[in-house]
Design a protein around this ligand. Sequence first.
Ligand code: PMP
Length: 284
Amino acid sequence: MSRTVYVNGEYLPEEDAKISVFDRGFLMADGVYEVTSVLDGKLIDFAGHAKRLQRSLDELEMAAPCTADELLEIHRQLVRVNEVEDGLIYLQVTRGAADRDFAYPEDAEPSLVLFTQAKPGLADNPVAKKGIKVISIDDIRWGRRDIKTVQLLYPSMAKMAAKKAGVDDAWLVEDGVVTEGTSNNAYIVKDGRIITRQLSNDILHGITRAAVLRFAAEAQMKVEERAFTIAEAQDADEAFITSASSFVMPVVEIDGAALGAGTPGPVATRLRDIYLDEMRKAAV
Ligand code: PMP
């Protein structure tokens, strides 16, 4: 059965959904996106994603295609018609279709596309029980990683480098310190302290990161927001990543060095449980 997707005001079977060849998202990666997870048919942290979307749009002087309330309704409608229990909703806004020109067009209408991806058992991912392995790779992305744009070629290349190395993901390193993962924020834990890079234009301001750091503080865990090296990470007691689709995912090996016992650590495991519990309660 084909999915129903949303394109510029219409709910259509995926094979009938069309975007112009002149769309600036296609020609220039002039677009931003969000991924919101769905658990038990409900949206996890929709408000956080809607807020970051508005920030990305503002930073790029791009018009919003509709209000946050309208976006919520589109998300809910797609979950309903596609009968998504567990999965993801991908949303993309572009500056729209216009004659190709580096200057922003003055009269283009923004394009809005949303689709669902079913992921049965998303929260019970067996990988969380054994953890993932990562390699480090140079971070050669542009300087505005805080804007969630669709220009994802380098993260894609980094993911392929990880696959070729026989591991799950890559941590990106700039000036000798870790920025973040290909599509997630990176953390280490040493002597009970959770260490993760401070917010700046160098990393995406993860919605999951914000929630996890809030829950960590509420649980009296110590958090240090600062950069760390790969050597420090390899010497840590544990490590993990966060993202809307992986929640909190333990990391058990970095560049071939096993962390601790080489199994998910107690801090990552506890944070994953708290995050899933609390976010399920607050889902809309
Ligand atoms: N950093 C990058 C580069 C990402 O692509 C993502 C996921 N889109 C994240 C961090 C995690 O962000 P979030 O928790 O909002 O999914």
